[in-house]
Ligand binder design. Structure first.
Ligand code: GLU
Length: 313
């Protein structure tokens, strides 16, 4: 069994990121599995190396170790996505040979103006405007295009280990999605599938904000003939007003919690996750035997208003 952390270090980790890391680590360690750390820094401008280094220091401080990745064994490296673009290009070519990719010249304004429905997560379902462009029309375009995957009107679903069945109709709920942006950056959806498969990951544990990405990813596993892992989407830790925590605003960032010991932080998070009823300080290793997915709350968690580490209401 192989689990992984796949953080995008665009700032210091916050407690919400830490909840996802802790769950991934506990689930892997409970199964005597291996842990991979992969740095998702495709957007290198937003994810400079110093953030990745800080993240690794924070994980080590908390006792959340990894067997493969920077500073550990590197059998399937490199472990920085910014250094793996050749693999994403090869996957793109494979999909292109199947005739599933087309260039999209739509501007951001055009995408938002189109009357296509917006998803709950704020993403736009692409109207398919560029699907019909002829080769001659494409040749006349001056801008460099983004690349999209043509999706069929098919239901793709899976059994999430925490939340149960989740399915989407790819065409209606999701639309033709981006594989490469017009500035050449590969999309998360493609990179994450290529990498989890290449790194032998058998279990993906991440935040519930990525639940709706999973049908798209399963479709990519299928098209690329890769084995799909098992998925668990853990609870999100939300701000007291229900907002998503943000690294940029340094909400509940680890830098605000430096006066706490790792054991105090983990003991409280484990309490919120129903793994540590007393809320007493705990090491990561001591929590492994208490971990079980059946105990993990089915609802999201809310940070207490004073942002100190007390049990949420
Ligand atoms: N890099 C993504 C993030 O930090 C997570 C990717 C994943 O776990 O699939 O939001």
């Amino acid at each position: 069994m192989t689990g992984r952390f796949a953080p995008s270090p665009s700032g210091r980790m916050h407690l919400g990121n830490l909840v996802s890391c802790l769950l991934a680590w506990l689930s892997a360690r409970k199964q005597n599995g291996r842990m991979v750390l992969r740095i998702e820094d495709l957007d290198t401008a937003r994810c400079p190396r110093r953030h990745a280094e800080q993240l690794m220091e924070d994980l080590r401080w908390l006792g959340l170790d990894w067997d493969e990745g920077p500073g550990a064994d590197e059998p399937n490296g490199p472990y920085y996505q910014s250094e793996r673009t050749g693999l994403y290009q090869a996957a793109l070519e494979k999909l292109s040979e199947k005739g599933l990719i087309y260039p999209c010249f739509c501007t951001r304004a055009e995408l938002h103006a189109a009357s296509a429905p917006h998803r709950e997560d704020g993403q736009v379902v692409y109207s398919g405007a560029c699907r019909k462009l002829t080769a001659a029309e494409i040749a006349r375009k001056k801008r460099s295009p983004a690349l999209r995957l043509r999706v069929p009107p098919e239901e793709w679903g899976f059994m999430d280990g925490r939340l149960g069945t989740y399915r989407e109709n790819l065409a209606a709920d999701c639309g033709d999605f981006l594989l490469r942006r017009s500035d050449g950056l590969f999309a998360y959806q493609l990179a994450v599938v290529v990498d989890d498969a290449a790194m032998g990951v058998t279990e993906v544990v991440r935040g519930a904000d990525l639940l709706s990405s999973t049908p798209r990813q399963l479709f990519l596993y299928h098209l690329l003939d890769l084995p799909a892992p098992k998925f668990y989407h853990g609870p999100l830790l939300l701000a007291p007003d229900g907002r998503r925590l943000s690294k940029r605003e340094a909400d509940a960032g680890l830098d605000q919690l430096q006066s706490q010991t790792p054991e105090e932080i983990l003991g409280t998070l484990a309490n919120w996750l129903n793994l540590n009823p007393s809320g007493e300080p705990r090491t990561a290793a001591s929590l492994v035997s208490d971990f079980d997915w059946s105990k993990i709350p089915k609802e999201n968690l809310f940070l207490p208003t004073d942002c100190s580490l007390k049990k949420p209401e």
